[in-house]
Design a protein around this ligand. Sequence first.
Ligand code: BTN
Length: 225
Amino acid sequence: MFHILRFDELSSTNDYAKTHGQELSASDVIWATTQTSGRGRFDRIWQSKKDLTFSILFRKAPLSHTILAPLAVVYALRSKGIESTIKWPNDVLYEGKKCGGILVERIYEGNAFRFEVAGIGLNLDQDIPEDLKDKAIALPEGLESEDVLYHILRMYAMLLRMDKDSILSEYRKNSMLIGKDILVQGKVISVLDVNMDGELMVSQDGETSVLRSEEISLAQIYDGR
Ligand code: BTN
C-alpha cells in the first residue's frame, strides 16, 4: 500500500510532504538519506546525518497518527529483537533514552482538512552529539535503514487494518506513561489513558482533563522525590 519516493537530500521530509501534498498520493513515503533542516515538535532542530528519516502522507486514518506511528516503530523494532517503548506524544525510547521522534502535522485549507503527514526519525547513526548523550541514544549497530523502513511500513499497514479498540489497547501496552505520575509545568499529574485523537487523559486533584500534544512539553516522569 505504500509507495516510496527516495531522495539523497532534502531539507525536511515533512516539509517536502507538506509542500507537495496536493500532488502526492495517499500513502506516499518521502524518504531522505540526509535531511539538512529536520524539525521536531515546537520547531526544535532534528539533527541527522545517517539516521532513518521519512514522512508518510495520509488522507484518512482510523485514529490519530500520534498513536499509530510510534506503535508501528515499536512493533518494527521488536520484530528485529529490539525492545523500545513509547513516551507520549512523540518519543520512542530505547534503554530509557530517546532513539526516535515523530512529528505529526495536519494540513488544512481554511477549515477543510486536506492531509496529514507523519514524520519519523530514528537514530541509526552511532555518533550522538556530546550534549545530547544524557537523553538520546542510537539503536544497536548493524541496522540497515532500508530494512528498518520496510519493517515499519509493514507494521503500519497491519495497524491500519486493525480496529480502533485493539490499536488503543496495543498502544497502552507499549506506552511507558500510562499509569505514571508526570510533571507538567511544575505540577504533578497522573496519566490515566490516551484517547483516539492521540490526547493524553490525565487527572489532577480529582479532576480529569486531556492534554494535547501541540500544547505541552513533558518535563519528566515524577518519581515522588
Ligand atoms: C521530535 O522529537 O520532536 C520529533 C522529531 C521528528 C523528526 C522527523 S525526521 C523525518 C521528519 N522530517 C522532519 O523534519 N521531522 C521528522
